[in-house]
Design a protein around this ligand. Structure first.
Ligand SMILES: NC(=O)c1ccc[n+]([C@@H]2O[C@H](COP(=O)([O-])OP(=O)(O)OC[C@H]3O[C@@H](n4cnc5c(N)ncnc54)[C@H](O)[C@@H]3O)[C@@H](O)[C@H]2O)c1
Length: 246
């Protein structure tokens, strides 16, 4: 499998390069030292080089997403999108691209979080509605988006009935509503990523916590997703399908 690595000079791009020998070339607006070429402009990439690739893995920035999606569609390459902070516009563009090429989007590529995403709803159903749900996420001080895409995915997996997501709490928030799924964000130091889902009931708290101890879990997960996606038909895929395939 030959990979095009988008965001190759970033913290995640460099970690993917550490865990994989399959990088054909990288794309990043900032050049960095690596044992594969890094192109700073998609327009300058020779077509014959792109033709050799099987899949694109993107750990860049939401601002670059339209360009890398256009590049993927133009060259008919499957793309794993790990970049977070996607809005309505980006999601629409992703859906359009998925008509033409295989696209997998996951705000968290780790096995732990994806397993949690699978089992959170059954746990919530078993506990019933007597519990308030709060999610706390902690990340390094360079993280641009908040709340984390993972916290949003965890909260979305618990949405049903009148439940809604409430981001942050401030002096005007008042007393929490029963239907709220609260998300609180903390930023500092070099924390690679922590997510706690808290079910707080009367005299009882159930807390499920995932801690990323290094970025390697995301890099390895993205490589697994790339292997899966490189032999799929055009369409929009979820990480759960990678786990099922394994
Ligand atoms: N899905 C996951 O499992 C997961 C895990 C960790 C991080 N992330 C996400 O991946 C993304 C990258 O994270 P990071 O910590 O490596 O960030 P980073 O800032 O260290 O790296 C991002 C890289 O993208 C490059 N880039 C940004 N805009 C660009 C543009 N217009 N053209 C070309 N290159 C551009 C930057 O130069 C930088 O090298 C973030 O959105 C982050 O939230 C996802």
């Amino acid at each position: 499998m030959k990979i095009i690595l988008s965001g190759a000079s970033g913290a995640m791009g460099q970690t993917v390069a550490q865990v994989s020998d399959d990088i054909l070339f990288g794309i990043d607006k900032i050049p960095s030292e690596s044992n594969f070429p890094i192109y700073t402009d998609v327009e300058t990439i020779p077509k014959e080089e792109t033709d050799k690739a099987d899949v694109i893995v993107d750990f860049s920035n939401v601002g670059f997403l339209p360009d890398i999606l256009d590049f993927a569609v133009k060259n008919k390459k499957p793309i794993v999108i790990a970049t977070t902070g996607l809005g309505e516009e980006e999601n629409k563009k992703i859906e359009e691209a998925a008509q033409v090429i295989p696209v997998l989007v996951s705000s968290n590529m780790s096995l732990g979080i994806n397993t949690l995403l699978k089992f959170l709803k059954p746990i919530s159903n078993a506990l019933g509605d007597g519990y308030d749900i709060e999610i706390i996420e902690k990340h390094h001080n360079r993280k641009k988006d908040a709340p984390s895409g993972t916290a949003l995915s965890l909260a979305e997996s618990l949405l049903e009935g009148n439940r809604y997501i409430e981001i942050g709490r401030n002096p005007s928030s008042g007393v929490r509503k029963k239907e709220e799924i609260g998300i609180q964000s903390l930023r500092g130091g070099t924390i690679p990523g922590e997510h706690s889902v808290i079910f707080a009931g009367d005299d009882e708290i159930v807390e499920i916590k995932h801690t990323a101890l290094s970025r390697k879990i995301f890099a390895n997960g993205a490589i697994e997703a790339a292997k899966f996606l490189s032999h799929q038909e055009p369409g929009l895929y979820e990480y759960a399908e990678v786990l099922e395939d394994e």
